[in-house]
Design a protein around this ligand. Sequence first.
Ligand SMILES: Cc1cc2nc3c(=O)[nH]c(=O)nc-3n(C[C@H](O)[C@H](O)[C@H](O)COP(=O)(O)OP(=O)(O)OC[C@H]3O[C@@H](n4cnc5c(N)ncnc54)[C@H](O)[C@@H]3O)c2cc1C
Length: 438
Amino acid sequence: MKVVVLGSGIIGTASAWFLNKAGHDVTVIERQPGVARETSFANGCQISVSHAEPWANPSAPLKILKWLGKEDAPLLFRLRPEWLQWMWTLRFLRECLPGRSVRNMRQIVAMAEYSRQTLQAVRAETGIEYDQLTRGILHFYTDPKEFRHSLQTAKLMREFGCPRESIGADDVVKIEPALASIRGKIVGGDYTATDESGDIYTFTTALAAKSAAAGVHFLFNTTVTRLLSEGTGAAAKITGIEVINAEGRHQMVRADAFVMAMGSFSAPLLRPLGIDLLVYPGKGYSATYAVTRPEAAPTVSLTDDGHKLVISRLGNRLRVAGTCELNGYTRELNTMRCEAITRRARELFPDACDYENPGYWAGLRPLTPSNVPYIGKTKFSNLYLNTGHGTLGWTMGCGSGHAIADIVSGCQPEVDFVFTGLPSLQQSQVNSSHPARV
Ligand SMILES: Cc1cc2nc3c(=O)[nH]c(=O)nc-3n(C[C@H](O)[C@H](O)[C@H](O)COP(=O)(O)OP(=O)(O)OC[C@H]3O[C@@H](n4cnc5c(N)ncnc54)[C@H](O)[C@@H]3O)c2cc1C
């Protein structure tokens, strides 16, 4: 089949790789001059199955209220006169109910775990190097109340099969000695030895190069402007997509099947077709520093719970990322948020990096209210979704790519996840946070 993938972040690129392996003739359409130039460019770089607890959990509403209006808040809602944002927010509040939050977590752990194994298989097959470290993820706490809460989350994660072990403060520093300077402030932690880290941009560009060598066509500098459809009911299908090509001309691209993987930009393009995805951009920041004293910089990937930051060592660089602002599609850098990241990095590892020359970046997480992505079929027989991976697109990327290739090829994916438009292996559709058909 001729399959067109829309978007070449980690999700579109992984989809293209697996679609090609399944024997399809694949073309990827991307508005940027290369792959992974938007949200998949400079994120936190964690492969974190252990972070399956969505932001929408029972403790979130109170915290968000407390943070309202605070410029440096970890999660900041800027309410706008926007239908999507309001619908998203109402749904987010619903997903905070304990039962829903646990159901969402189960979905995320299943896809994240499958994806980690898929990433390991791709790594073994291709030999791609991306500053990967398989030293686990260490989550440390400075607030006793948050640490107490984490004991329950860690227990739940273990019940789901993720080995997230709660540990004392001394063990935190034993696992990552670079945290010694703040030992007095740490009250505990948890450690998931099976988690990983690595540079998403390096991986995605290398996977795209391997895909191109295997026959995938990449059309860069090409912007999708709309999807065209015909028919109704079971006969409804996409006939083609309209793009503005690299020469600036309108052009129609036709194919047998289309996979939507445009991250935060998937929702506005699908709305005219009557597909209302609740995917809203959550702006996050990262700072990248050159490591000047390697022995003083961490090698275990870290999560600083108090500041809601994740930290990954990428060879001779240190990446610190986090915070979220729900404020439309702007990627403008807020100086106050950038400086807060550098202040904290300097406090944690005072002599490790060159903090005078940070590389700041902002990207838009494609957030669903539940953090469960939309993967699967739609009401158009040849249109598929692989979008809305929110805070965990790198973690769930390879698995989502494999799963969508299976679905396009008419096979049931190997992971028990509630795909849109497909019965799941074990669970009832009623458990899904998304409608079965979109
Ligand atoms: C600060 C921050 C830290 C993060 N840390 C982590 C982490 O540690 N671990 C983790 O698992 N995840 C993390 N994430 C989330 C992860 O980065 C995202 O979920 C993931 O990158 C989303 O990938 P994507 O392919 O869906 O979207 P994108 O990477 O945004 O790709 C979508 C592509 O579609 C293209 N596109 C859009 N519109 C059009 C159009 N009209 N025509 C043509 N092309 C178009 C874009 O150019 C883009 O290349 C983080 C995100 C942020 C912002």
